[in-house]
Design a protein around this ligand. Structure first.
Ligand code: C5P
Length: 227
């Protein structure tokens, strides 16, 4: 693919289970761009803290883990493999408990501050699709495109259920709904970088759209607005 425009960022934010991860991967592949899954960074940090037996409420201890934080992603066609200290963490990464621990470490201002540079380094030519909660508001406020993906708690719980079952893990929908609602509450009400759409974001409700429809909508918007 040839790129006539200068490198730019596509920020895709939204709550867990809104489908932004799959969307970001597809958009990145279509544009031939790099991909930042910022949630995976918080998840890997949480896993590192759990391995080290660190109290997730201890901001200083959690932040100090970033000094020697060795992570990388191998991005393939359909998925991206996360490594912590050269160990494939795919299985641990997507567990509900890991998401929950990630949202606890993500509350700490010093942790978020120290992860800024690492996240911004993902922006390299020909461009970046960045997936998270604060991509358009804090990490890449100058992103050329900002999307915010919504979906109802019920729909998100059903999607998570299917994902977990497909991964061979056990799950039940009422528990997932409660977990998602609790995580939303924590992400929306934290003092730093709360989950909210950037003022200039295009808000998309994906409750009634499938992945292909949301991907088309996002790609059409990008293509109509790039030279
Ligand atoms: O997107 P994902 O579910 O993998 O993110 C896990 C947790 O990491 C979220 O619930 C959120 O608390 C935190 N997170 C964040 N900022 C981001 C991405 C994720 O606070 N940019």
């Amino acid at each position: 693919m040839t790129h006539n425009t200068s490198p730019y960022v596509v920020a895709i934010d939204g709550p867990s289970g809104s489908g932004k991860g799959s969307l970001a991967l597809r958009v990145a592949r279509e544009l031939g761009f790099h991909l930042l899954d910022s949630g995976a960074i918080y998840r890997l940090l949480a896993l590192k803290c759990l391995q080290q037996g660190i109290d997730l409420d201890d901001e200083d201890q959690v932040a100090s883990q970033i000094e020697d934080f060795k992570i990388r992603f191998e991005v393939g066609e359909e998925l991206s493999i996360p490594y912590l200290d050269d160990v494939d963490m795919t299985a641990e990464l997507r567990r509900e408990a890991t998401g929950d621990a990630a949202s606890q470490v993500a509350r700490h201002p010093r942790v978020r501050e120290r992860l800024l540079g690492l996240q911004r380094d993902f922006f390299r030519p020909p461009g970046l699709v960045a997936d998270g909660r604060d991509m358009g508001t804090v990490v890449f406020p100058d992103a050329k495109f900002k999307f915010f993906l919504h979906a109802s708690v019920e729909i998100r719980a059903q999607r998570r259920y299917k994902q977990l079952i497909n991964m061979g893990l056990s799950a039940n929908i009422p528990n997932l709904q409660a977990d998602i609602a609790e995580r939303d509450e924590r992400d929306q009400n934290r003092s730093v970088s709360p989950l909210r759409p950037a003022e200039d974001a295009l808000v998309v409700d994906s409750s009634l759209l499938d992945l292909a429809q949301v991907t088309n909508l996002v790609l059409s918007h990008i293509r109509e607005n790039t030279g």
